[in-house]
Design a protein around this ligand. Structure first.
Ligand SMILES: Nc1ncnc2c1ncn2[C@@H]1O[C@H](COP(=O)(O)OP(=O)(O)O)[C@@H](O)[C@H]1O
Ligand SMILES: [Mg+2]
Length: 254
């Protein structure tokens, strides 16, 4: 039995146009972790997530989810994973409850099982009152939460979120982070990407920083924060220590 939710070894991705998006990426996410993958735009975060969730073909290396090789047993690997993509990919003319319940069908879960589950998840995420409206009536923050609900319907052990709080206001962002922390307490492993470094600093156990397709540092949050060189913040700087480390390591490319 593997002790890792995700193991990436020497992962490579070169897109058809020659863009080298991932370069020898190795990473291990322990079971039960709250893991932040950070990096400037274009660093390779979404590509990495795409490989793990089977929507991008890697060009080298290996990926295991709970010990299952994504190449040899892709459907088993995928069953362990729930994904909240960076871009909203919901049919906005469908009703909220249907979006969540129909997703269960992809995993062969009976409607009679999926329905009460969906009701509970929508309640937990504060969307139950909206269950019968079409998704186009939801705010941006609600759509993000709906994508989380949809990602959880098959009760995955591993939840991957690509910038789940982008464009979400402060209150909602906070409740979303609380919700995700609650999931980790129930044993769900979380990998997320975010630009909100102060929140990641407070909540995540492990962190990796990726730049130009290369992992430039990884470790526990304390280890990564210890890389801070003690230099004084720049004028007008208001972020936390993780943000300073991030800027030092990525040469302010973000
Ligand atoms: N389908 C694609 N074809 C070619 N290049 C791509 C494609 N998708 C992403 N890229 C490139 O790969 C690099 C990494 O992109 P991405 O994984 O989206 O980064 P991030 O999510 O960190 O912003 C970027 O240079 C991006 O332009
Ligand atoms: Mg991205």
């Amino acid at each position: 039995m593997s002790t890792s939710a995700l193991t990436l070894r020497n992962l490579e991705k070169t897109y058809a146009d020659g863009t080298r998006a991932l370069n020898d990426v190795s990473l291990e996410i322990p079971i039960g972790d709250f893991f932040a993958l950070l990096g400037p735009n274009g660093a390779g975060k979404t590509t990495l997530i795409g490989i793990v969730t089977g929507v991008v073909n890697k060009t080298g290396g290996s990926a295991h989810v709970f010990g299952t090789d994504i190449d040899t047993a892709p459907s088993t690997a995928r069953r362990h994973v729930g994904v909240v993509p960076q871009n909203v990919n919901i049919n906005i003319f469908e009703k909220v409850i249907d979006i969540v319940v129909n997703q269960a069908g992809y995993y062969g879960i009976a409607r009679s099982v999926a329905l009460p589950r969906a009701v509970q998840i929508l309640k937990d995420l504060g969307l139950y009152e909206k269950r019968s409206v079409e998704a186009r009536a939801l705010s941006g923050g609600m759509l993000r939460r709906l994508m989380i609900a949809r990602a959880l319907i098959h009760e995955p052990k591993f939840l991957i979120l690509d910038e789940p709080t982008a464009g979400v206001d402060v209150d909602l962002r906070r409740s979303m982070w609380d919700y995700l922390t609650g999931l980790t307490k129930q044993g769900v492993t979380i990998l997320l990407t975010t630009h909100y470094l102060e929140e990641a600093e407070q909540l995540c156990k492990h962190v990796a920083i990726i730049n130009d397709g290369v992992i430039i540092t990884k470790g526990t949050m304390a280890e990564v924060l210890a890389l801070h060189d003690g230099s004084t913040p720049r004028d007008g700087y208001t972020g936390g220590r993780l943000e300073e480390v991030f800027l030092q390591l990525t040469h302010d490319k973000s």
